[in-house]
Design a protein around this ligand. Structure first.
Ligand code: NAI
Ligand code: 15L
Length: 271
């Protein structure tokens, strides 16, 4: 049976805010969790305001949930201690709470930065597979690799299924030439999360999260195997972005790797 009550961690963030609008039409009842207060709209449930270090609040949050979408965490580069607490220990606390409560399915927001030092392939080649060796570009990317391995462990040891989504760039519009290749439109993000919540027998599955971009760098086949059928393509934005920013330059180290500026001068948390 399809999950109905879904805990959404990171509900106050950029992606959480978009998904709070786009997921309920699929029939989900969302339970919201974030360390920052969530500005809920009329008709939305009250959010749980707590950090991932608060194991008691987490236990309460997962009770009775059919599944979890785990977006909470530091979403850019930060010091190792901060990343350790929020992304590594925090994700462990979430999985422990889910295990205790008998939650069977988690969707984990991983990131392209788990493999950010992978050389950029030709535009449109779709060449990077999900089993490409991990090459984190930051402590942040390292923590996403940890999350994927934690998901693998909890599947093998405890039978909790996870889809780890290595999200590209999920924003209302692509804003850089790099994003033309890795953009995930919000509507496609909702489609992908819905597929990740409902596909049968996922065990631990790693997928890339992007739209059907003409300039795609990675292989979307594991996402499509879940039933994900992306509808959007960044190409209509290409001419304007390339005119404003120039084409990707292979001599520029920022353009040489999948992770872009995270490989050279990463944006830092808090943003
Ligand atoms: P964001 O920074 O806007 O939102 C993250 C949310 O997590 C914030 O509301 C923050 O208060 C909350 N949070 C941080 N640490 C927490 C803690 N210790 N306890 C409880 N809540 C905590 O980030 P965004 O863009 O919404 O991303 C959501 C998730 O998706 C993140 O895990 C990020 O790493 C991942 N992701 C996002 C991408 C994107 O394009 N937006 C790309 C790749 C991955
Ligand atoms: C990420 O992992 C970040 O959370 C997001 O803010 C974007 O920077 C994205 O990657 C990206 O690579 O564009």
């Amino acid at each position: 049976t399809a999950p109905r009550t879904v805990l959404l961690t990171g509900a106050a963030g950029g992606l959480g805010t978009l998904m709070r609008e786009l997921l309920p039409p699929y029939g989900y009842r969302l339970r919201l969790f974030d360390q920052r207060p969530v500005e809920t709209a009329a008709g939305e449930p009250d959010a749980i305001t707590a950090g991932l270090a608060d194991t008691r609040a987490l236990r309460e949050a997962v009770r009775g949930a059919d599944a979890v979408i785990h977006l909470a965490g530091i979403s850019l580069e930060a010091g190792f201690e901060e990343i350790l607490r929020a992304n590594i220990e925090g994700t462990h606390h979430l999985y422990e709470a889910a295990r205790e409560a008998g939650v069977r399915r988690i969707v984990f927001a991983s990131s392209n930065h788990a493999v950010g030092f992978t050389p950029r392939p030709a535009d449109g080649s779709g060449a990077i597979p999900v089993d490409t060796p991990r090459r984190p570009d930051t402590y942040y990317g390292l923590s996403k690799g940890f999350g994927e391995d934690l998901a693998s462990l909890y599947w093998d040891l405890h039978g909790i299924e996870t889809v780890s989504v290595r999200i590209g760039s999920c924003f209302p519009e692509p804003t850089s030439v790099r994003m033309l290749s890795i953009w995930l439109s919000p509507a496609d993000c909702a489609r992908l999360l819905h597929a990740a919540l409902t596909a049968p027998d996922v065990g631990h599955t790693v997928v890339y999260g992007s739209s059907a971009n003409t300039r795609l760098w990675w292989d979307l086949s594991t996402a499509r195997a879940l039933g994900y059928a992306p509808q959007d393509d960044s190409e209509p934005y290409a001419a304007r972005l390339i005119a404003a920013q120039g084409a990707l330059d292979p001599e520029n180290p920022e353009h040489a790797f999948l992770g872009g500026a995270f490989c050279t001068d990463p944006p830092r948390w808090p943003h």
